[in-house]
Write a protein that binds this ligand. Structure first.
Ligand code: GUN
Length: 295
């Protein structure tokens, strides 16, 4: 069994990116600048955004964090988005999800200029991704592809089962892994809350991508010997073993599942760090105008 060390791989890619930034700036390029918008005080979102900003510093990007109260008006957020679209200093930006209930998430995501949408959530980027055109890929699925690629895990002809159909992970990763591409060419089954015989599907899978947000959902009996497990879940559960009284666990019962796998991602230290690094890679592309010319 091999642990897929997302943290180490993310650090390695950050080192590569840092060199790329230095080279780009030395040759007269604009230093990449990522902005992040955070609305409200959800502790998980605060931690993710802090991490994104810290990672920008590590690779030599500029970053801007825009924080607003949870009760801000939707129109005010739309104005912020418009300002970021028009600000030539900002190469790419993200609006951290989830947003407070009174704000229509889709309305905000649609207002983001797709040329600055380094999260890959805008329908233009999502549609281009689905058609195999160059686009900003959503960060978590992109991080998963990079892990599979760098660990030389074969996906062509394999049976992949994705658990969960979210717009951010389940749906895009199932599209990406079924595409005709270097990491792709898999036969993908997208499972969800209405799937019958979920266990039957899981047991046949060569590769499982778990993204349902239910702690320790995938058990040993559901997994074929030698399967590859990608655990996207980050669930905070109470724990008597830690000082804080809680710990983070994935959607997979790691301790019991891991011994039977060929590869598995831990939580924390698996998919999470790769998500951040993918966002940085997209921002680098935005600064270089690799995919789109600036607005
Ligand atoms: N919330 C959970 N994951 C993500 C992500 O990748 N991007 C944004 N903007 N919000 C999220």
């Amino acid at each position: 069994m091999q642990i897929i060390d997302g943290k180490a791989l993310a650090n390695q890619i950050k080192e590569e990116l840092k060199l790329e930034v230095e080279h780009w700036v030395e040759n007269g390029g604009k230093r990449p600048h990522l902005a992040a918008v955070l609305v409200g005080d959800d502790p998980a979102s605060q931690a993710y955004v802090r991490n994104k900003v810290k990672s920008c510093e590590q690779v030599g990007f500029q970053s801007t964090l825009l924080k607003y109260e949870a009760d801000m008006a939707e129109d005010d957020l739309l104005d912020i988005v418009k300002g970021l679209n028009e600000n030539p200093e900002i190469d790419g930006y993200i609006v951290q999800l989830p947003l407070p209930k009174h704000i229509d998430e889709n309305k905000i995501l649609l207002a983001i200029d797709y040329r600055k949408d380094v999260d890959g959530f805008h329908p233009v980027n999502f549609g281009r991704m689905a058609q195999g055109l160059d686009s900003y890929l959503p960060a978590t699925p992109m991080g998963i592809l990079t892990m599979l690629d760098r660990y030389n895990i074969e996906t062509s002809g394999k049976d992949v089962v994705v658990l969960g159909r979210s717009n951010i992970v389940g749906t895009p990763i199932s599209i990406l892994l079924s595409r005709k591409a270097k990491v792709g060419n898999a036969t993908v089954t997208l499972t969800h809350s209405r799937t019958s015989d979920l266990e039957g599907h899981l047991k046949r899978a060569d590769i499982i991508v778990a993204a349902i947000g239910i702690p320790l959902f995938v058990k040993k009996e559901m997994v074929k010997q030698g399967a590859v497990i990608i655990d996207v879940g980050i669930n905070r559960v109470t724990s008597p073993d830690t000082k804080s009284g809680y710990k983070l666990v994935g959607d997979v019962d790691y301790d019991h599942v891991a011994p039977n796998c060929s590869h598995i991602t831990p939580v924390p230290g698996g998919v999470g760090p790769m998500t951040v690094v993918s966002l940085l890679q997209n921002t680098m592309k935005a600064a270089k105008e690799t995919i789109y010319n600036k607005p």
